[in-house]
Design a protein around this ligand. Structure first.
Ligand code: CMC
Length: 371
């Protein structure tokens, strides 16, 4: 038995949700470029869960279900006040809160299709409220209730700031949600599938996935990119900073990918959004610095930027606090996790690979007094 480090190149399941073939990403056969330019996040949620695009009445119904389920009971929100709020990372708070959500759902153990669909709506709707409410409560502010007349992206921004977002902000945020929604068998999606393949419930699957997304080699990279840009501070410092990091054999966050070779197709959309939004805010330095980092890094290493690199300056330009970047990734990716969880349930088999043993050969047990 020989193992493959990091399961590189291993095809672990069949799926008809999203694919990466020759560096092209598709959701259910639709090119991500077309979806990013045309589809709303709610349309993409429907596409991932039903494996077809919605008709107008189906989309309207989904939007209504999401907004109708966004509110969190006060009893639930009170839990945030029991967290060590000034120390906790919002991603850890989110992981705990999603687990808690399962306790408040009396159908959480019901595995019928109806109950699982209701859980899907509940999770997708309330994850936006959890992230935004936590972000406010930790600053001593009251959570803002969702509004029935706003779509998903607009509601998120509204619940976060308490102000009606501008159209350009809604469009940019919606597009970012579309771009992050699903990504074949990435680490967090695989985690979710492994968890529910034991026939565990959807809340457990999503909680596990949040834990995997949190790491800096996966979703946590977007926050690290912003940390790096802040450390660089100005455009002129970019080259020297990258040279030094590479000389110290450190990884540069937001670059490289296990699957893509020529480049991540999502990055070009985020690069363009970063250019527009930083200009709009009069903060072009973040975009200019990112361009200089990309040039300096790719001159040394043949590793193009991934989805996390330009999303950092996009979210910063939307006025979002840096430690909320990864929770926002989860707000989008939960749509993909749910699609994969439902697909796993449909044709389930326990996921249980083997390990190549590298420990000592057979040993004789020695009583403790003789060791
Ligand atoms: N900076 C510097 N060197 C890198 C980087 C990087 N960002 N990425 C890969 N390398 C080098 C690495 O040092 C190694 O070199 P060597 O062969 O000389 O030891 C080689 O490239 C292969 O790297 P690896 O880590 O074995 O590759 P992987 O396929 O296991 O990892 C990755 C993929 C995304 C974890 C990695 O490229 C990385 O750590 N990138 C930075 C973190 C990041 O941006 N993560 C977000 C990934 S995309 C969105 C998501 O899924 O969340």
């Amino acid at each position: 038995m020989t193992s493959t480090r990091g399961l590189e190149g291993v095809v672990a399941t069949q799926s008809s949700i999203s694919s990466i073939i020759d560096d092209t990403l598709t959701y259910v056969g639709y090119n991500i470029d077309e979806l990013a330019d045309n589809a709303s996040f709610e349309e993409v949620i429907y596409l991932l869960w039903h494996k077809r695009l919605p008709k107008m009445d189906e989309l309207t119904e989904l939007k209504q279900q999401l907004t109708a389920n966004m509110s969190l009971p006060q009893e639930f929100l009170n839990h945030f006040k029991t967290y060590p709020i000034d120390k906790v990372h919002p991603m850890s708070a989110l992981r705990s809160a999603v687990s808690l959500l399962g306790l408040y759902d009396d159908k959480s153990e019901d595995m019928s299709d109806e109950a699982n669909y209701a859980k899907a709506i509940n999770l997708q709707a309330k994850i936006a409220t959890i992230v935004t409410a936590f972000a406010r409560v930790r600053k001593g502010l009251e959570p803002v209730a969702p509004r029935a007349d706003l779509g998903y992206a607009a509601n998120f921004l509204y619940m976060l700031s308490g102000k009606e977002p501008e159209e350009i902000e809604i469009e940019a945020f919606d597009k970012a949600l579309v771009l992050h929604a699903d990504h074949e068998l990435n680490a967090s999606t695989f985690t979710a599938r492994v968890c529910v393949a034991t026939l565990s419930d959807m809340y457990s699957g999503v909680t596990s996935a949040i834990g995997a997304l949190k790491g800096p080699l996966h979703g946590g990279a977007n926050e690290q990119v912003m940390k790096m840009l802040s450390e660089i501070g100005s455009e002129e410092n970019a080259e020297a900073y990258i040279q030094e990091k590479l000389a110290n054999k450190e990884k540069i966050m937001g670059f490289g990918h296990r699957v893509y070779r020529q480049g991540d197709p999502r990055a070009k959309h985020l690069r363009e959004m970063s250019k527009q939004l930083t200009k709009l805010r009069g903060e072009e330095k973040w975009y200019n610095m990112s361009i200089r980092v990309e040039a300096a890094f790719t001159a040394q290493k043949n590793l193009p930027p991934n989805v996390d690199f330009y999303s950092a300056s996009v979210y910063h330009s939307l006025g979002i606090e840096h430690d909320l970047f990864t929770p926002i990734f989860a707000v989008s990716r939960v749509s993909g996790w749910i699609a994969h969880i439902l697909e796993q349930y449909e044709n389930n088999r326990l996921i249980r690979p083997r390990a190549e043993y590298t420990g000592p050969g057979m040993q004789k047990y020695i009583p403790i007094e003789d060791r």
